[in-house]
Write a protein that binds this ligand. Structure first.
Ligand code: ZN
Ligand code: FE
Ligand code: FE
Ligand code: ZN
Length: 267
């Protein structure tokens, strides 16, 4: 089976994605997907990070749009309702409530920021400090996020490599400790093909890197493959070669989600 779902679409509401939602869906149909899911960046309290996400008052309309498109495309492709939720210390109750309030098919959990004020990115540019400390703080937050109970899929698992500083041997311990936390909590991980498109990466490869993906599979962590599309042309980007890589490591099924219930489908 080819890969038939892509769960990580953004929309113009996040202010850094282009193209109408219909165009993502049409592209999904054209590349042979059976399921396509939107997971735009969630609103945060007090306008936090609002330059790269929808406003709080837009969330209802986002959900309504996805549900309307689900009806419109019924029989052609299954449209899933997701959200990419930032894990930020101190606002867990806010996010938990956001997750409770809508009929999500899945939640993608992300750590984009290392501090509650959203000033320190988890992939700092031109970083002068100790990059190993950035990786370690990042993976500690990933492990905490896994325990919240409201994450189904962890996004772009080794995203600090987007700083331009690839992981070294020192990162293996913190990264695998985070994977162990995912395995304990029954949380999945995505192969995020946006890494192929990010010029900051020293090695253009998906998130997570192959050695971490192999370890995730070894630990029994459910895997999905997502494009993290910020434009319609990104949908299903390079899925065929990822399918070959996954089969090569003995992965025979991918995780799909409906109403936050996971079902494994053959790969
Ligand atoms: Zn984005
Ligand atoms: Fe993200
Ligand atoms: Fe995303
Ligand atoms: Zn993302």
């Amino acid at each position: 089976m080819p890969i038939t779902s892509d769960y990580h679409m953004h929309t113009p509401r996040c202010k850094h994605a282009a193209g109408p939602m219909e165009a993502y869906i049409e592209r999904g149909i054209a590349v042979g997907l059976r399921e396509i899911g939107f997971a735009d960046h969630n609103p945060l309290p007090n306008g936090l990070g609002s330059n790269v996400r929808m406003e709080e008052v837009e969330l209802d309309a986002y959900v309504a749009d996805v549900l309307r498109l689900r009806d419109r495309y019924r029989g052609e492709i299954d449209v899933r309702l997701g959200l990419e939720v930032d894990f930020i210390e101190g606002i867990e109750p806010y996010c938990a409530e956001q997750v409770r309030r809508y009929p999500w098919d899945y939640i993608i959990g992300s750590v984009h920021y290392l501090d509650p004020a959203c000033r320190e990115m988890s992939w700092p540019r031109n970083y002068q400090g100790d990059i190993h400390a950035v990786y370690a703080r990042y993976y500690a937050l990933i492990a905490r996020m896994a325990e919240t109970g409201w994450v189904d899929i962890v996004a772009h698992f080794d995203v600090p490599k987007r700083s331009g500083f690839p992981a070294t041997e020192a990162e293996w311990g913190p990264a695998t400790a985070a994977l162990a936390a995912l395995a304990r909590a029954g949380v999945g991980v995505e192969v995020n093909t946006s890494g192929f498109r990010h010029p900051e990466l020293v090695t253009r490869e998906p998130y997570p890197a192959p050695d971490l993906l192999r370890e995730a599979h070894r630990l029994g962590i459910p895997i999905s493959v997502n494009s993290d599309a910020h434009a319609p042309r990104d949908v299903g980007h390079r899925f065929d070669e990822v399918a070959d890589v996954l089969r090569g490591m003995g992965c025979g099924a991918l995780a799909t989600f409906q109403q936050r219930q996971r079902r494994m489908v053959p790969l």
